[in-house]
Design a protein around this ligand. Structure first.
Ligand code: NAD
Ligand code: TDX
Length: 339
C-alpha cells in the first residue's frame, strides 16, 4: 500500500510514519506537511534515508500541492491540523482554514480517485464534556472550542463526501495523546520541560479536569486498524481507557523528576474548559485492537525522553514558543504570584 500521510512531520503523524515503515515492509509513505510551528523534520530524521519514504513540503489547502502528493497513493491519512485548544482561542482563523478547508481540499482530490480510502484523524473533543459514562460513536457532537468545532467541521465534510460522492471514508476519534516528540505547548511536555528547568507549572482552574490519556503508538495502531480493517463510512473511538485529572498528571511528573510541588501555580482557567472527556472504544476493540502501554510505563519513558532530549525541545522553547508562552501565561502567572 502507498499511503499519503498529511501532517506527518507533527507529533502523532511522525510516529505513524515510523510505525508504517517498520510494520509494513511492502508499504510506501509520502508525507505532505506545511511545516508550521508544530511541524519538524527532526521528528522524521530516522526515516529520512528510507527509500520507501518521500517528503513533500506543502499545504493541504493548496489543490496543486495536494494533487501532486496524491499521485499513485492508495489511501490518505489526514493528520494535518492546527491542534492546540489555547491557540484556537487566540487565533481561530488558521484552525478553520486547515481543519475544515484543508479536509475539503483533500476530499475534492480523493473524489477524483474512487479507489482511494480517506481516513480523517479526529478527536474525542468533538463530543464535548461528559459528566459520567462515556461517549459512543453515535452520540451527538457538541464541540466547545474553535479547535474542536473545526475538527467536527472536517469530519462533517468527510461524511458529506461519502453521502454525496461515495468517497470511501473512515473517521477515528482519539483521546489525549502523550509520548516523545510532542510539541512543548501541550500539558504533559510543557510541564515536564518547565519542571526540568525549575519553571512554574501553570495548572488551569482547580486542576480537576479529566482527560483519557493514550500512549501515542497505541493511538497510531488504533488508526492503522481502522484504516485497514474498518468499514467504509465507519467511525471509531480510539480510547486510552486511562482517565486522570490534571493534578494526578502534575504530581506524577514532579515525582518522576524528583521536583518540588512548590513549582505548581494555580492560574486562571481556560475559557470554555471541558471538564471531562471519556469515550468507549468497543467498535475498535471488536476489530482486534487494544492499547498495550501502561500509563506508568509510558509516562516514565516519556519523562526520560524529554530529560535526555534537550537538543530536541530547547530550540523549540526558545523560538516561537517563547512569544506564545508569554502571551498565554505572563498575566496569569503574575496574578498567581500575587495570591
Ligand atoms: P501537531 O500539532 O503536533 O502536528 C500537526 C502537523 O500538521 C504539523 O506537522 C504541521 O506542520 C502540519 N500542518 C498544519 N497545518 C497544515 C497544513 N495546512 N497543511 C499541511 N500540514 C499542516 O498535531 P498532533 O498532536 O500530532 O495531532 C495530529 C492529528 O491528530 C490532528 O488532526 C489532531 O486533531 C488529532 N488528534 C490529536 C490528539 C492529541 O492528543 N494530540 C488527540 C486526538 C486527535
Ligand atoms: O498549561 C496548561 N495547563 C493546564 O492545566 C495546559 C497547556 C493545559 N492544561 C490543562 C487543560 C486540559 O484540561 O491540561 C489538560 C490538557 O490540555 P492540552 O494538553 O492543551 O490538551 P486538550 O486541551 O485536552 O486537547 C488535546 O487533546 C485532544 C490536544 O491538544 C488535542 O489536539 C486533541 O485533539
Amino acid at each position: 500500500m502507498h499511503l499519503l500521510i498529511t501532517g506527518g512531520a507533527g507529533f502523532i503523524g511522525s510516529h505513524f510514519v515510523r510505525m508504517t515503515l517498520s510494520d509494513y515492509p511492502g508499504d510506501r509513505v509520502t508525507v505532505l506537511d506545511k511545516l508550521t510551528y508544530a511541524g519538524n523534520l527532526r521528528n522524521l530524521e530516522d526515516v529520512a534515508d528510507n527509500p520507501r519514504y518521500r517528503f513533500v513540503h506543502g499545504d493541504i489547502c493548496d489543490p496543486t500541492a495536494v494533487a501532486g502528493a496524491m499521485e499513485g497513493v492508495d489511501a490518505v491519512v489526514n493528520f494535518a491540523a492546527e491542534t492546540h485548544v489555547d491557540r484556537s482561542l487566540l487565533d481561530p482563523a488558521s484552525f478553520i482554514d486547515t481543519d475544515v478547508k484543508g479536509a475539503y481540499t483533500l476530499l475534492e482530490a480523493v473524489r477524483q480517485k474512487p479507489s482511494v480510502r480517506f481516513l480523517q484523524v479526529s478527536t474525542d473533543e468533538v463530543y464535548g464534556s461528559i459528566e459520567s459514562g462515556s461517549f459512543c460513536e453515535t452520540d451527538r457532537l457538541s464541540p466547545s472550542s474553535p479547535y474542536s468545532a473545526s475538527k467536527a467541521g472536517g469530519e462533517m465534510m468527510a461524511m458529506a463526501y461519502r453521502k454525496t460522492h461515495g468517497v470511501d471514508i473512515v473517521i477515528t476519534r482519539g483521546s489525549n495523546n502523550y509520548g516523545p516528540y510532542q510539541y512543548p505547548e501541550k500539558l504533559i511536555p510543557l510541564f515536564i520541560t518547565n519542571a526540568l528547568d525549575d519553571q512554574p507549572l501553570p495548572l488551569y482552574g482547580d486542576g480537576g479536569n479529566v482527560r483519557d490519556w493514550i500512549y501515542v503508538l497505541d493511538h497510531c495502531r488504533g488508526i492503522d486498524t481502522a484504516l485497514r480493517k474498518g468499514e467504509s463510512g465507519g467511525i471509531y473511538n480510539v480510547a486510552g481507557m486511562n482517565e486522570r485529572d490534571n493534578r494526578d498528571i502534575t504530581y506524577r511528573i514532579l515525582a518522576l523528576l524528583g521536583k518540588d510541588e512548590s513549582l505548581i501555580r494555580h492560574v486562571e482557567d481556560r475559557p470554555g474548559h471541558d471538564r471531562r472527556y471519556s469515550i468507549a472504544a468497543d467498535r475498535l476493540l471488536s476489530l482486534g485492537w487494544a492499547p498495550r502501554k501502561s500509563f506508568e510505563e509510558g509516562m516514565a519513558e516519556t519523562v526520560a525522553w524529554y530529560r535526555d532530549r534537550r537538543d530536541w525541545w530547547e530550540p523549540l522553547k526558545s523560538g516561537e514558543h517563547r512569544t506564545y508562552y508569554t502571551a498565554m501565561y505572563a498575566k496569569r502567572l503574575a496574578e498567581a504570584e500575587q495570591r
